[in-house]
Design a protein around this ligand. Structure first.
Ligand SMILES: C[S@@+](CC[C@H](N)C(=O)[O-])C[C@H]1O[C@@H](n2cnc3c(N)ncnc32)[C@H](O)[C@@H]1O
Length: 245
């Protein structure tokens, strides 16, 4: 895959930008983890812990973490005794390289493989995975509905997908305060500290543009997921969607 630099001047064509969103992540990879902690006041770590909470009781789980980035979800899953193996895939080699560094000297690192891979046209064989996870990835995919269909294909019968994504709080007061922070303060700090002119402006745009709640549940059901349920996190700032094949 050729490496090129990009800036995001025209935010109107998000669909086109999403086709190469991994390039933006290549550019912000060095500060990605730090900015996650700062901009979410550390709450993002707590959100990712929910993946373990909703793992099924069975053992020997084979997991696939799509858009794994620097591997935070893969690491969280690998800590669990029920998990035998986690494959984390992403289109940004820089994010993966930072993830691989984090694995060094971790005792469960042998359970994790981080590698390049597309979360839309998932290359894994059909009916081969017990658990698919995606944290803050699907909204960056060029075609999230196609990705959902491929997740169903790749899951074993009764396999489970867990998708964590931003959403908007229902409460008017909380939503107003949150949106003020989200639209005005967060992009400024993000763009400044990542030294990328507009990466965090783009990332915000993708959140408000993306279906959440009932709309995303409907996308999951249309893709073939059954028994879809949700867990609202931090007043609805994020939502965990869980569906079964
Ligand atoms: C906001 S980051 C989330 C990373 C990680 N899951 C986390 O929780 O921190 C989104 C990731 O999606 C990746 N990405 C974007 N499009 C992708 C695609 N089609 N396939 C795989 N990864 C993709 C980006 O490279 C980036 O690492």
């Amino acid at each position: 895959m050729s490496k090129k630099t990009t800036t995001i001047n025209d935010l109107s064509d998000l669909k086109a930008k999403k086709k190469e969103s991994w390039i933006v992540f290549d550019q912000i990879a060095p500060t990605y983890d730090l900015l996650n902690r700062i901009l979410s006041f550390g709450i993002d770590k707590r959100w990712r812990k929910n993946f373990k909470r909703f793992l099924p009781k069975q053992k020997h789980l084979k997991c696939l973490d799509l858009a794994t980035g620097t591997g935070d979800v893969a690491i969280e899953l690998a800590r669990d005794d029920r998990v035998d193996f986690v494959e984390g895939t992403d289109l940004s080699i820089k994010m993966i390289e930072f993830g691989r560094e984090k694995l060094q000297n971790k005792k469960f690192a042998d359970k994790i493989t981080l590698k390049l891979g597309d979360g839309v046209n998932i290359p894994n064989p059909s009916s081969s995975i017990d658990i698919i996870t995606v944290a803050f990835g699907v909204r960056n995919f060029s075609d999230h509905r196609r990705s959902l269909k491929n997740m169903v294909r790749v899951l074993k019968p009764k396999g489970q997908a867990m998708i964590l994504e931003f959403s908007l709080p229902k409460n008017y007061f909380i939503r107003t305060v949150y949106l003020f922070y989200f639209r005005t303060i967060l992009p400024k700090i993000g763009n400044l500290l990542s030294k990328h002119g507009d990466a965090y402006t783009y990332l915000n745009k993708t959140v408000e543009d993306f279906p959440y709640g009932e709309a995303f549940i409907s996308d999951m059901k249309n893709a073939g997921f059954k028994k879809v349920k949700t867990k609202s996190l931090s007043f609805g700032i994020a939502t965990l969607y869980i569906g079964h094949k």
